[in-house]
Write a protein that binds this ligand. Structure first.
Ligand SMILES: C[S@@+](CC[C@H](N)C(=O)[O-])C[C@H]1O[C@@H](n2cnc3c(N)ncnc32)[C@H](O)[C@@H]1O
Ligand code: SF4
Length: 416
């Protein structure tokens, strides 16, 4: 973010949140015991390993190293046991396994899921992230046998040249063949991630990739504009006019292929059983290096450093490196943010929001301007503005928290 947009962002944030900059700061965690967990709660598990590193990837990843897998998964199970002892219950809630590319750990991943289900009961759904080259036929049947219901496959593009220009390794396996095999296995929801570089790829390129995903059985398609994270020139936001063109093309083509928007980035077939996302859960316990935990009064990050994470867990200490206390107002803001991410703008916002009158006024203004329907659903124009806001917010957040956490296992205070 440049200096002017940073100031604007802070002023607007202050105005609509009534919170000072301090409230949006992460402080180093001094916790020696886990906070009391709220009983049944969603779980997020982070498995950082990837065989290749993609140029613009901001996630906490680690080069593939099968020698590390036994101790990594042993620590992961210990961390699960520790949060369960602190009161968390997985039974009946969702288990989301993201990364990294979890399936590259092969049998270790499947044994981990089997062990969780056996020891702590069946979650309501199990979702796993993967990529084209880490999804063999054996892995597909292994995931099915372990009760995985939702799969998200990072395809990014079906075209080799576009993959290269996105900084991705060209698929060794044919993405369409993998998608067909996955469709045959009848998961409840198969999401395909695509990336689009607004500056380099044409809308026709995007249309081609969307058709390929739709024709080969994707229940859900998520399209991310390529974000250029951690660049020395700061966050790179493409020109607004190009971005607007991209977004309306996206809505029109997805709807003409029979998909409905379910979030600012994702479109789902109306008959798909569930929608797939790691970020739409409001309260969750995070496990593994770099995983976030979101509880009623607390938002925390585990240390991103795998060695430091293992040391903490084997000493039976929480692996949190950063924490942000969450007041009732902040929690209501967080919920409103994710409501809008899921294209819902309530006419009357929560009374827990300090600025609820101002926000109700803004919500009514949005209706008046046609950004939102009568049934409180954002229209294409409304979703476009939320998608830009989300883009700005996420880039700022990731650039600050991720880059500090990747430099050192236990960073100092970070102001968002
Ligand atoms: C953690 S990856 C999950 C799957 C797998 N590791 C892969 O990359 O195929 C989640 C998704 O983030 C998206 N992503 C990664 N880096 C991105 C970037 N710089 N801009 C936009 N989307 C990005 C990709 O679409 C990717 O599928
Ligand atoms: S985009 Fe996926 S495969 Fe590439 S480095 Fe990131 S997590 Fe790994």
């Amino acid at each position: 973010m440049n200096f002017v947009s940073d100031i604007m962002f802070r002023v607007i944030r202050r105005l609509i949140s009534a919170e000072s900059g301090e409230s949006f700061s992460f402080v180093p965690s001094k916790r020696q015991t886990f906070p009391r967990m709220p009983g049944m709660v969603d779980f997020y598990v982070h498995i950082p390993y990837c065989r290749n590193h993609c140029r613009w990837c901001p996630y906490n990843t680690r080069p593939y190293c099968d020698d590390e897998f036994p101790s990594f998964f042993e620590n992961l199970l210990s961390e699960v046991r520790q949060v369960i002892s602190a009161g968390a219950l997985l039974y009946g809630k969702s288990l989301y396994i993201g990364g990294g590319t979890p399936t590259c750990t092969g049998r270790f991943l499947l044994d981990f899921i089997d062990c969780l289900v056996k020891d702590f009961g069946s979650p309501s759904t199990i979702a796993v992230e993967t990529s084209v080259d880490e999804l063999t036929l054996d892995m597909i049947s292994g995931l099915k046998a372990s009760g995985v219901a939702q799969l998200s496959i990072g395809v990014q593009s079906f075209n080799g040249k576009r993959l290269q220009s996105l900084g991705r390794v060209v698929h060794q396996t044919k993405a369409t063949d993998i998608l067909k095999s996955v469709a045959h296995a009848e998961f409840e929801n198969v999401n395909v991630d695509l990336m689009h570089d607004v500056q380099r790829h044409s809308l026709a390129d995007l249309g081609e990739d969307i058709h390929c995903a739709a024709d080969n059985g994707a229940d859900q398609i998520t399209i991310y504009p390529l974000f250029r994270f951690f660049t020395s020139r700061g966050v790179c936001m493409p020109q607004i006019i190009r971005r607007r063109r991209f977004y309306s093309f996206l809505w029109n083509i997805m709807q003409s292929n029979g998909y409905v928007p379910v979030s600012v980035w994702s479109f789902c077939r109306p008959d798909a059983i569930r929608k797939f996302s790691s970020v739409q859960r409001r309260l969750f316990v995070g496990l593994g290096p770099g995983a976030a935990t979101s509880l009623e009064g607390l938002f925390a990050f585990n240390t991103f450093d795998c060695k430091a994470w293992m040391q903490r867990i084997s000493s039976r200490l929480p692996a949190y490196s950063l924490e942000m206390p969450i007041s009732a107002n902040m929690r209501a803001l967080y919920d409103l943010y994710w409501d809008m991410y899921e294209l819902h703008l309530p006419k009357v916002v929560s009374e827990k929001l300090i600025r609820n009158r101002l926000l109700n006024f803004i919500a009514q203004g949005a209706q008046f301007l046609g950004l939102c329907d009568d049934d409180e659903t954002l229209t294409q124009r409304g979703a476009f503005w939320i998608h830009l806001m989300q883009n700005q917010y996420v880039l700022n957040y990731i650039n600050k928290v991720w880059s500090a956490s990747m430099r050192t296992p236990f960073p100092n205070m970070i102001r968002l």
